[in-house]
Design a protein around this ligand. Structure first.
Ligand SMILES: *Cc1c(COP(=O)(O)O)cnc(C)c1O
Length: 382
């Protein structure tokens, strides 16, 4: 049963601009001119909503998607019958038939995974496509480089050609970091063992930082969603999410009083405090709270920024709106948490985290979600 209108009017609104996501994909596609531009849509498309995002990107011309898990792959497959879907976490043991049934391509990253995939290919007498993921320095997932020759020989025995060979950059967000050079050199040694097989190396930051990282396919995530991929540079991407939450009450507080749990924030002037319908249960991190010794997160109203006051509760946040004077919000007005005035990255930085985490945390929010569709007659690719 859906909530009556008067209840909906007092829940937070999360607006996802699908047109901005498509615009960002096209912009990245232009940068990576000769490479295919795919889309990383894991983590519910970084919290923005897997299915609406994937549908919009597919319609705009993107055919290649990277998810993390087979469940995410299944959800995507049920909506997009013709998409090419890579599963970054690889082949889950015993799940090969599930991958086949749903045309999911695992990023194979260990010898046991490779053997299991070869077994299922033999059983069906068909070379089902999969990627090979090599570890060039993350020590996370991927074949060890010392296994490269073994992997090559084993595939050779089956006459199996992988769909793609990939690796992942550890420090692409710091363009001058020498680790990226080292990883590139190691990746080249892997590719030399797989001549003619398409390669993929770059996430958003790698794509934006260096053409040498492009190879045949790039796999941006964060930049599609308007997040900053490279630190210390202006972010060229269009903002995608807007989060607005309603004011429940506005109250006065007097000098010497305190605000919120723990009484950690004292009031040092006659103040107006707006209490908004947002909390850590909505993914607004407790690290965004303030105390008398530490500033916290920011909230905006009509383009003006005001500070969070006191700790973040599970379902409520208190905001110091004193400085807005006459123009302070009233109960029922919506304040901006993320949007044109407050970027995901600014808010994340205050919380001591990154835009990725703030975005993926949106998933838990008790928000009404709205999707802005791309313009019907958007220009064709390039
Ligand atoms: C998440 C991920 C990406 C996308 O990274 P962004 O930094 O969000 O662009 C690409 N490749 C792999 C292996 C990933 O895990």
């Amino acid at each position: 049963m859906s909530a009556p209108a008067q209840i909906k009017a007092l829940s937070g609104r999360l607006t996802v601009d699908l047109g901005a996501i498509v615009k960002n994909w096209r912009a990245l596609d232009r940068i990576s001119s000769s490479a295919l531009t795919a889309a990383a849509v894991k983590g519910d498309a970084y919290g923005t909503g897997l299915l609406p995002v994937a549908k919009a990107l597919f319609k705009a011309g993107n055919q290649f998607f990277f998810v993390a898990t087979p469940e995410e792959g299944l959800e995507l497959r049920q909506t997009l019958a013709d998409a090419h879907i890579f599963v970054l976490n690889g082949l889950y043991p015993g799940a090969a038939e599930f991958y086949l049934a749903n045309k999911l391509m695992p990023a194979l990253s260990s010898v046991p995974m490779l053997e299991e995939w070869m077994d299922v290919c033999l059983a069906h007498n068909e070379a089902f496509p999969a990627a090979l993921h090599f570890d060039t320095g993350m020590n996370r997932l991927g074949f060890k480089l010392s296994n490269t020759a073994h992997v090559r020989d084993r595939l050779g025995e089956f006459g199996y050609l992988p769909q793609m060979v990939m690796s992942h950059l550890a420090c692409a967000d710091q363009p001058t970091h020498e680790k990226s050079r080292t990883q590139l050199a190691l990746f080249q040694t892997v590719l030399a063992q797989f001549p003619g097989i398409p390669a993929s190396f770059a996430n958003s930051a790698g794509l934006m930082a260096n053409r040498e990282f492009h190879f045949q396919m790039v796999r941006p995530g964060i930049a599609l969603y308007g997040g900053r991929a490279i630190g210390g540079r202006p972010n060229p991407m269009a903002p995608v999410v807007k989060l607005e939450v309603p004011v429940l009450q506005v109250r006065s507080a007097r000098t010497g009083e305190t605000v919120g749990y723990g009484a950690t924030q004292s009031v040092d002037r006659e103040s107006r405090i707006a209490t908004i319908a947002l909390g850590y249960a909505d993914g607004f991190f407790r690290a965004l709270g303030s105390s008398s010794t530490k500033p916290g997160g920011k909230i905006a109203f009509n383009g003006r920024i005001v500070p969070v006051m006191g700790r973040i509760s599970m379902d409520l946040v208190t905001v110091d709106v004193t400085d807005l004077g006459e123009n302070a919000p009233k109960p029922g007005d919506f304040m901006e948490v993320l949007g044109p005035t407050l970027s995901v990255d600014d808010q994340a930085e205050i919380a001591g985290t990154i835009g990725y985490e703030l975005l993926t945390a949106l998933k838990m929010g008790r928000y009404e979600r709205r999707y802005l569709e791309p313009p019907e007659h958007s220009p064709a690719k390039r």
